[in-house]
Ligand binder design. Sequence first.
Ligand code: COA
Length: 261
Amino acid sequence: MSLEFLLYDIDGDGIATITFNRPAKLNALNSGTLAELEATLDDAKNNAAVKAVMLTGSGERAFVAGADISEFAAMSPVGAQKQSEKGQALFRKLETMGKPVLAALNGFTLGGGLEMAMACTVRVAAETAKLGQPEVKLGIIAGYGGSQRLPRLVGKGIALEMLLTGDPITAQRAYEIGLVNYVVPGAELIGFAKQLLRRMLSNAPVALSLTMQAVDVGLSCGLAEGLRYEAAAFGLSAATKDMQEGVAAFLGKRVPNFEGK
Ligand code: COA
């Protein structure tokens, strides 16, 4: 795959790292970056060698400072609606890929950058990161899922404060409101993030995938329906080879060797 705006690397633990690589523009998401992101996510989903994905940004300053504002001027209302739907669908791919996806926020995480991070399974921020939805300052609204995922993650009141002021918050504040899972020194970000993913990857892959699905379904339906879904997914997990292996390993006092089957 030939890439201009991203770096894509798969390590020996099966962690695929996608790095937004336009540091001079604070890794802003132009249409080329979005197209390459779609191609790499498709590969990461379908490639059996990939067990988890990490997103991060090149350079010291930014994860992603939002959608590329220079592409906005030429947008018609219908074009903008289509663009919003396209971005939403792309981030939905992140959310539903069936493998853990971690956003390692190494700096500015604004607009579409924060919307993308919120579609990930978990978020870890460097101490210097700044997170925000500044779209209203440009006369638009968050269009890649921000108005929907932010209140689900942090609650309506704080979400509306962030969405209406457009002001960024610190990594520490993001941690306090549950927007990021951890804040770590910048130099430790990638090592810490990979360690967190490896802790997940030591568990049964099908169970990981079914758990993410159950949480995803449950957040968009009522409790009774969510519980029914959970019971069905639990039944499916109980029919896996991984479940037999997990139980046998526990009883045999050994480390399980899960195959994802
Ligand atoms: N789209 C396009 N270009 C962007 C960008 C974006 N979202 N964010 C930053 N850039 C570009 C700047 O235009 C500048 O390019 P230039 O050197 O060719 O002029 C470069 O990245 C560096 O940014 P700059 O603004 O000079 O850095 P700064 O330290 O003064 O400010 C920010 C950093 C993040 C506060 C500021 O860049 C900013 O507000 N960016 C826009 C954030 C935003 O509104 N995102 C949501 C878009 S919907």
